[in-house]
Ligand binder design. Sequence first.
Ligand SMILES: [Fe+2]
Length: 476
Amino acid sequence: MVLLMDSSDYAEILETNLVSYLDITPIILSSQTELNQYMSRSTEIGLIVTSTCIDGRDILDGISTLFDKMGSDIPVIVIGGPKKPASKYSVSKIEEVPKKIDMRSFLKTVMRLLSISLKDLKSLPMPDYMSYKTRLFKQVKESPCDLYIKIGKGARANFVKFCHAGDEIDKVRLKSIENKNVSFLYVKSVDRLRFTNKVSKVMIENIENSNLYEESGIGDEAREELLDDMKKEERDKEEAIKESSDVVDIAIDMIYDRARNGGPMSDMADMTRKIVSKVVSRSASNKNVISLLKKLISNKASFSYRFIQITSFIANIILKEMDWKRVEQIQTLTFASLFRDVALEGEEELLRIRSEEELENLEASDQVKNKIKRHPQLALSALDDYPDMPYGADVIIRQHHGSLSGNDFPESFSQRLSPLSIVLMVAEEAAFLIIKETEKEDEKSFYKKTEIVKNIKAKFSSRRFLKVVDALEEAL
Ligand SMILES: [Fe+2]
């Protein structure tokens, strides 16, 4: 099931209810492009829930075109109702749910369209505890039930009480556990419906309040007040941007942690998609390459986090320069960049090894050396159960050091490397050289483009790399 929403708050309310009541974890998408891409990969969608318009466009128009092209016809629930009469769209089952959502009737409609019976619901096996994103708890003042933190993994996990029912949720403590990579709090399954009802109610109120000014006209007297509010909003926005980059950092850590511990990766897909689109939109919205690179480099995060960010960013600007602007290509490369070194994450010394010669000179056991050599292939094993990897990302991950098998560091590169692998190889080399250069304490300048391009041309001298290296030279 897909939730196609431009408001993440709305999507979160629906998601929380779907998980709690129907045990359905929906895929959350936020644009028509994301839907097109998702549907081209996945055939197992039973229902789409969407708002009337996204980015100002009638979304049912876009869905109709997509269905025509793919020969699909999946029921669609439109929150707020379709813009035109239902017969104008080529979707045979359109259901309307009012914008001021009545959760009970929404869930009933979902059950009807997915043919879920009450009997099915009763027979669902229920775990003892259910997890909810910590973000949700920021919206609630008093906890409607006991909340827990999970310590440990698998069957040996313990649940420690974080907050008692009826107590105020301590937001400082919440922030501090988030900073320690705790992204979920747990609720006993028996309490889940009470919890969901309360959170939904509060969040719907919050959303309604935030739209207050748009919906009601304001008089002169209220204008000053509104201006003050807008200034405050501006400050809050800056704060939120800072916070969201911390969140990305924490989320990436969580994903790597999961991958290193042998999965499962399936429930990390949503978060990964969000990170990828965040990195992509960051690259797209920044016209000043040097200023963004400076920001990325001065980030106090770990070497590996900076390496990922800068590689993704450079790969994106190379694609743009080459006029390969299809969003799928950018997302595939960003995804590959995020996971390519996952097998070595947290081990900076190992991440810096980039050739057979450096590997030989490294003082390490054969086992470690073998891990370094095979890290592209190991990354793919870690992603084995990843549900909807962007098309072609596996090839790029395998080939990102120029080896077709993903098991060594070749001195010369095969003619059969994929074009996107070549982009990532060049971007990664540039990112590595830029980080290395700015680590020199005596360097006054930021980085020397000519030096970097010279080094890259020396390393990638074959004809197939020429166009990509030229694009890098233009883009930097
Ligand atoms: Fe690598």
